[in-house]
Design a protein around this ligand. Structure first.
Ligand code: WT7
Length: 642
């Protein structure tokens, strides 16, 4: 039992078996990071070795220049573990929601054949290296097969989370200019069938999508347009089970993934082949200590970067088994997740603090029949983890014997970059840990000076960055420069997170310093929510802020300027529907306040910070600089009365 204020180190047994168990690794990474990464890169399969390891022309940089690679060749025929050793092993387990339906299990050979068949089918549809392919699939094996098939032929996948609405899909497809979309008829969630195809048809309007490939999953009735729509099964059934890998340049595009930022439309983050592969392989191997017998369950949807890197690419590059599930972890019963761990003998469990707090809320009682004997490592990701949730996870799920790695990273970083390594430790609740070997982070004050331990500042990443860091924002160099490289210098990557260090250098993440909120670990821009709300014909102005929430970490609340007097409850419902339609169910506000006026500076900027402080109990600060200080009192009253 670890108690409050405690610190945990790995057991000698864990340590002795771990890939890394010596602090020297940090020194080695620090001494010459480029050489360090080069050494790691050598363990992967390259068609041709790079000529130059690193090049930096701020704000751009490249890794492994001239190297030729294909991530699927490193997973399959060129696996670092040896193809003969892994081909008959289980690569993927799929656990469907109607829990009486059978799981599906794929060996590496099964997966390789299906990937090749689908890759051949895509080629026949005219997809070539560099073309973008949209994927709007639920958690079914075909989502992984699609991603790998794209990578096999050098097409660029761009996955859109299946719970995003059709409008959100449309914006993302427009951003990536995809020509083909892969979707499903429907899927199960909490006992209901969601008709995904219908949403997909709406979402492709006004985009460049010409063909829609449909996976049959829920066998529900769907709209069908001959000539445009194609069934997955029919497409692949006569295809060859072999497909040569497209030889990719290290700096060729591997995938795009949209993510929310402070302003404007979602950004399409660019990840490239060589660096991403190297980083995905090594971060998984060292942080989750992947060994051949491991079965990993990363609960993230494939629609997020966590799913890309640690459900799909990293475990498969390491030749271990990865598990995916359809539905929700607490349906049909609160212990569904615990059952999955026991039934499939999961050894590594990786989830978000929101899920942990939800499990905890259901009570430790339901866990009394679960011993979790197969578990050997736990991970947390996506939002800061509070000490209570940390200790519960460690003591009740890990039974006090599994290292718990809190992992910090972003869509942009491609892989985990701050954490404690499980064979080294220490594991200190609420502190994420140290920079991954070979990476250099610092915490800067507003002037760009390094902060002393205990002092809060902005988390930054310094040259040579990492092989997997984003290479750009698709077709938007200004956004790339402005978002990541303009706060300090063109040589300093700005993470948008606030953080501080303890006296041993362990980093604690405080949270975003921009207008992004993490709702249940999902990244949502307050600006996107405001845009969705403002589309309502009777709304001229609104402000959204994130406020603390016991389960979800943070939730949005909306302040809307509205003076109409009638039927307020109905109006609020309309606003909620509007958000559901524009974005999806992940971003619905917890409260909506209808106010007369929003606090603004004299230049007309809405002071969201003040609105937020009304909930956090912080001092409001000097209101006299506002153009309308009296608005704050009105809002205070509203919050009190609602
Ligand atoms: C933001 C990135 C990267 C995987 C999932 C999220 C927050 C991420 C942690 C953590 C505290 C965390 C940061 C970051 N975040 N991991 N372990 N502790 N905060 O990717 O959606 O791009 O979000 O998530 O604020 O900037 P993302």
């Amino acid at each position: 039992m670890l108690k409050k204020g405690g610190l945990y180190y790995p057991t000698t047994r864990f340590k002795n078996k771990a890939w890394v168990n010596d602090r020297k690794i940090y020194k080695e990474g620090e001494k010459n990071p480029v050489k360090f990464w080069e050494k790691l890169a050598r363990e992967l399969f390259w068609f041709k070795k790079w000529q130059k390891p690193f090049e930096h022309t701020p704000p751009y940089f490249k890794w492994f220049l001239g190297g030729k690679i294909n991530i699927t060749s490193s997973i399959f025929e060129g696996s670092p573990q040896g193809w003969d050793k892994i081909k008959d092993k289980t690569a993927l387990i799929w656990e469907p929601e109607p829990t009486d339906q059978p799981s599906r299990i794929f060996t590496y050979q099964d997966l390789f054949s299906l990937v090749s068949q689908f890759a051949n089918a895509l080629k026949k549809l005219g997809i070539k290296k560099g073309d973008r392919v949209g994927i709007y699939l639920p958690m079914v094996p075909e989502i992984i097969i699609s991603m790998l098939a794209c990578a096999r032929i050098g097409a660029v996948h761009t996955v859109v989370f299946s719970a995003y609405s059709s409008s959100a899909l449309q914006i993302r497809l427009q951003g990536s200019e995809a020509k083909i979309l892969i979707t499903a008829d429907g899927y199960y969630r909490r006992g209901k069938i969601i008709n995904l195809k219908q949403g997909a048809d709406e979402g492709i309007k006004g985009t460049k999508i010409e063909r829609v490939i449909v996976v049959k999953r829920a066998v529900n009735e769907i709209p069908w347009q001959k000539g445009k729509d194609l069934w997955w099964d029919e497409l692949i059934k006569d295809e060859n089970t072999k497909c040569e890998a497209e030889i990719m340049d290290s700096e060729d595009l591997l995938f795009l993934l949209a993510t929310s930022g402070s302003t404007g439309r979602p950004k399409q983050i660019v990840h490239n082949c060589g660096g991403y592969t190297v980083q995905a392989y090594w971060t998984g191997k060292w942080i989750f200590d992947f060994h051949p017998e491991d079965i990993l369950w990363c609960t993230s949807d494939l629609g997020w970067i966590t799913g890309h890197s640690y459900t799909c690419y990293s475990p498969l590059l390491n030749g271990i088994t990865t598990l995916i599930f359809e539905g929700a972890p607490d349906f049909p019963a609160p212990d569904r997740w615990a059952k999955i761990i026991e039934e499939h003998k999961v050894t590594i469990f990786y989830t978000a603090p929101t899920a942990i707090r939800m499990f905890e809320r259901y009570g430790t009682e339901i866990l009394k029949d679960y011993k979790f004997e197969t578990l050997r490592l736990l991970g947390s990701v996506g939002e800061p983890i509070d000490e209570g949730a940390w200790l519960w996870y460690f003591n009740e799920v890990g039974k006090g014997r599994c290292p718990l790695v809190d992992t910090w990273w972003q869509t942009e970083t491609g892989g985990i970059l701050i954490t404690s390594l499980p064979g080294i430790g220490p594991f200190k609740p609420t502190f994420t840990g140290l920079p991954f070997p070979g990476t250099k982070f610092d915490i800067f004050d507003d002037e760009g000076k390094s902060c002393l331990p205990g002092k809060e500042g902005n988390l930054v990443l310094l040259p040579p960055f990492t092989p997997g860091l984003l290479r750009g924002v698709y077709k938007n160099p200004e956004k790339y420069l402005e978002t990541y490289w303009s706060q300090y210098s063109k040589e300093t990557y700005f993470t948008s997170d606030g953080a501080f260090k303890d006296e041993n250098g362990l980093i604690r993440i405080i949270g975003r310093v921009d207008d992004v909120i993490k709702v249940a670990g999902h990244r949502v821009a307050t600006g996107e929510l405001e845009n969705a709300i403002n589309k309502h014909p009777e709304i001229s102005e609104s402000a959204v802020v994130g406020i603390p929430d016991e389960i979800k970490g943070e939730v949005p609340v909306a302040f809307i300027c509205y003076t109409g007097a009638e039927n307020l409850e109905h109006f609020k419902k309309e606003v909620v529907e509007q958000i559901r339609k524009e974005i999806g169910p992940i971003a619905l506000p917890k409260e909506i306040y209808l106010v007369e006026d929003l606090p603004k500076t004299r230049s007309g900027k809405i002071m969201r910070r003040i609105l937020k402080r009304l909930f956090t109990g912080e001092e409001l600060g000097d209101l006299s600089t506002l153009a309308n200080p009296e608005s704050v009192e009105g809002i205070k009253q509203k919050i009190k009365n609602d």
